[in-house]
Design a protein around this ligand. Structure first.
Ligand code: SIN
Length: 287
């Protein structure tokens, strides 16, 4: 593994974890405001590696939100919007009584008109073993496609819908009316299948198996088989990075070019994470 010190930010070291995706950042204290140079270094690292990890950050919830805000205004979660509450962060908690949700690979809130730009996660309590999170690179998946497949995918549009399991869990926790309201507002959102990165323009496959339902204007059988084929590409270990959490770890990732998935193998052990996202923009096609 190579460690490179960015030319103008001698205090931030970036160590790639795989050639395709993921890097460990050293030299950042997320509890304190970052310098302009550090912010630029984090931005570059996230754009390049798509997900970065910081070890040993002892953050309060307020410090975590303040760290994330340095990269954009925080996005409101549709559940919070439906409940009329304003919370910059939310907690994901697994306990013996409430086992992990086990959501499929996804990009957070891909079913909204303007999905988040970056995702942030911090580990508060982690199991002795298990409960890792995996990220996969839509950019690496795009690069692995044949030229013909790229050409075809580039002009496709994909309909996204809040996942039924997510709606069921919202309904259990907050009542059916809230789940209904969310579905009314987000019943079918169409985004490009190949998304241009909002900052760099780089193309990435943006497929979100949890909530992507159908390619628009394509017959059902072709849509199903194409999405199944693209979905399989996420399982290629060469497009993935897997993070084994320690308390105090922070992950920062590019929601516009990745999918992620938390494992459930730690059940019934407890796991407590805090998450937030920065507000995003309408996805642009990469053509
Ligand atoms: C998520 O699926 O958005 C959360 C990931 C995690 O809990 O590791």
């Amino acid at each position: 593994m190579s460690t490179t010190f960015l030319a103008q930010q001698p205090s931030v070291a970036v160590e790639a974890l795989t050639p395709a995706i993921g890097a460990l950042l050293r030299g950042i204290d997320a509890a304190s405001p970052l310098s302009e140079q550090q912010r630029a270094a984090v931005r570059r690292a996230v754009h390049h590696h798509q997900v970065v990890f910081l070890r040993d950050q002892q953050l309060t919830s307020e410090q975590f939100a303040a760290f994330a805000r340095q990269f954009g205004p925080l996005g409101a979660h549709p559940v919070d919007q439906a409940l009329g509450r304003q919370r910059p962060t939310s907690i994901i908690e697994d306990t013996p009584e409430r086992p992990p949700a086990g959501f499929d690979w996804h990009t957070d809130l891909s079913w909204t008109e303007e999905p988040p730009n970056w995702g942030f996660l911090r580990a508060i309590e982690v199991p002795a073993c298990g409960g890792d999170t995996l990220w996969a690179s839509g950019r690496a998946m795009w690069r692995a496609l044949s030229a013909t497949m790229r050409q075809w995918c580039q002009v496709q549009r994909l309909a996204h819908l809040p996942d039924p399991e997510l709606l069921a869990s919202i309904s259990r926790r907050h009542g059916e009316a809230v789940a209904r309201r969310i579905l009314e507002h987000h019943h079918r959102t169409v985004h490009p299948l190949v998304r241009a990165h909002p900052a760099t323009g780089e193309p990435a496959l943006w497929i979100c198996p949890l909530s992507a339902t159908r390619l628009v204007g394509v017959d059902r059988a072709t849509s199903d088989s194409t999405l199944a084929m693209l979905r399989q590409r996420i399982d290629d270990p060469e497009v993935q990075v897997r993070w084994r959490w320690r308390p105090g770890d922070v992950a920062v990732w590019d929601e516009t070019s990745t999918v992620h998935r938390a494992l459930t193998d730690h059940a019934p052990a407890s796991r407590r994470m805090e998450r937030c996202t920065t507000a995003g923009s309408r996805p642009r096609p990469a053509v």
